[in-house]
Design a protein. Structure first.
Length: 416
């Protein structure tokens, strides 16, 4: 079996102004859709970030994959390293973590290869990853403070302005009622820490049996984070990236009993050793988009088991190909015991046939078709590709976008 053609289509999807400590989401989010064809008629799908550095990496590597056997993922890795070793990271300089173009491009094509493998052998992707230890995947409600959507942006707003603790609790109530989520994660680092403490305590009152998390993305100093932990006591199942950098995480970790999770200080295998040595984190967030694909996410799970670390799952804004891959990874990771993050409810569009997936009791069933188990809706992709061409947005920069809402905004991390 040989790869004969790879099509990469950038798309833009209407987004809403979700706030975080470094800024706010733009009017659209960007994805790249991959269609990988083989000489025996299979088409493997992939979904990657769509901002300019990722897109350039995908487009640079794709021609080098013609003739590759999609079974040979070591050869895929060799070709990715040969093509992209010196191509740097994917994120804007204002982002709080970066991922190598090489790893992100490899990950995207690895998923397409696994989709082909599943179609070739007639089995779901999770079977290629060792089998499903669970077939119902629980997700958490991803709560955001947000601005009202600017009128010039495409698509509807969702929930309007949410900038107070009470409005945030209303948002949570609606997400739980609509989707049945059993855990709640707040993107923190937006309001003053005292207001975010108030928010979490109000969430605890409103949802006494739900797992609660907050992710301020390094917005707090160690003393501020300690104060937040003292106020919230054992309200949290974990605290995600409260302070910036490995050493600050280690310093805080020594002061508190709440487990610390991260998708900022441990984003590559090599960083796990330092994190364990310093006891800087107790949970690592998996993400097949940069942890070297679905098989890399399996390896991360095994390294976490061996290191006595927990595993949870990270999310960026995404559509149904990524969602399917996330479900397969979650199905095949025995120690992924926390509800997975997802931005999915913050979008109304879909690019796979059958339309939007519907959560039941906060869960999705892992797709049972061959490979990823999803088919591309080419009309939907064409429509969002047109939006990509007209939206004039080719990179993600939340900090630059924030100036449209707060003209004198200055990115400061940590802020409090
Ligand atoms: Mg995070």
């Amino acid at each position: 079996m040989k790869i004969t053609n790879i099509k990469i289509t950038p798309i833009a999807i209407p987004d809403v102004p979700l706030a975080n400590t470094k800024g706010v989401h733009q009017g659209v989010f960007l994805r790249a859709i991959i269609e990988m064809e083989t000489d025996n008629g299979h088409v493997g799908l992939g979904e990657a970030y769509g901002a300019k550095r990722t897109l350039a990496g995908l487009r640079k590597l794709a021609p080098d994959l013609i003739g590759l056997d999609p079974m040979d993922l070591h050869d895929l890795r060799r070709r990715a390293e040969a093509s992209l070793k010196n191509d740097g990271g994917v994120n804007a300089p204002t982002a709080l973590a970066d991922h190598k173009v090489m790893d992100v491009a490899y990950s995207a094509f690895e998923i397409a290869c696994l989709d082909i493998q599943g179609k070739h052998f007639g089995c779901p992707m999770y079977d290629l990853l060792g089998g499903a230890v669970r077939k119902t995947i629980p997700f958490s409600a991803y709560l955001f403070f947000k601005f009202k959507k600017l009128p010039q942006y495409p698509g509807p707003d969702i929930y309007g302005e949410v900038m107070t603790p009470d409005a945030l609790v209303d948002q949570a109530r609606d997400l739980v009622t609509t989707h049945g989520f059993k855990s709640l994660k707040l993107k923190g680092g937006v309001l003053d820490p005292d207001q975010e403490i108030e928010t979490m305590l109000k969430l605890r009152d409103a949802f006494p049996d739900h797992g609660l998390r907050i992710d301020p993305m390094g917005a707090w100093t160690v003393p501020t984070a300690k104060r937040v932990c003292d106020a919230l006591g054992d309200t949290l199942e974990y605290l995600e990236d409260p302070v910036k950098g490995m050493d600050a995480m280690a310093e805080l970790s020594a002061l508190i009993d709440i487990p610390l999770a991260t998708n900022l200080v441990v984003v590559e295998f090599e960083q796990i050793f330092e994190a364990v040595r310093k006891d800087a984190v107790q949970i690592i967030l998996s993400d097949h988009h940069y942890w070297r694909g679905a098989r890399g996410a399996m390896h991360l799970g095994e390294m976490c088991r061996a290191s006595n670390l927990g595993v949870s799952m990270h999310s960026n804004s995404h559509l149904g190909i990524s969602l399917a891959a996330m479900c397969h990874v979650a199905a095949a990771t025995p120690n992924l015991t926390y509800d997975c993050d997802t931005h999915y409810p913050w979008c109304k569009h879909e690019i796979v046939k059958g339309g939007r997936r519907v959560f039941k009791n906060g869960c999705l069933d892992v797709p049972e078709g061959d490979g990823l188990g999803v088919e591309l809706d080419t009309d939907a992709v064409a429509e969002l590709h047109d939006l990509y061409n007209s939206a004039q947005v080719q990179d993600r920069d939340d900090t630059d976008e924030m100036l449209k809402y707060i003209p004198d905004y200055v990115r400061v991390v940590p802020r409090w």
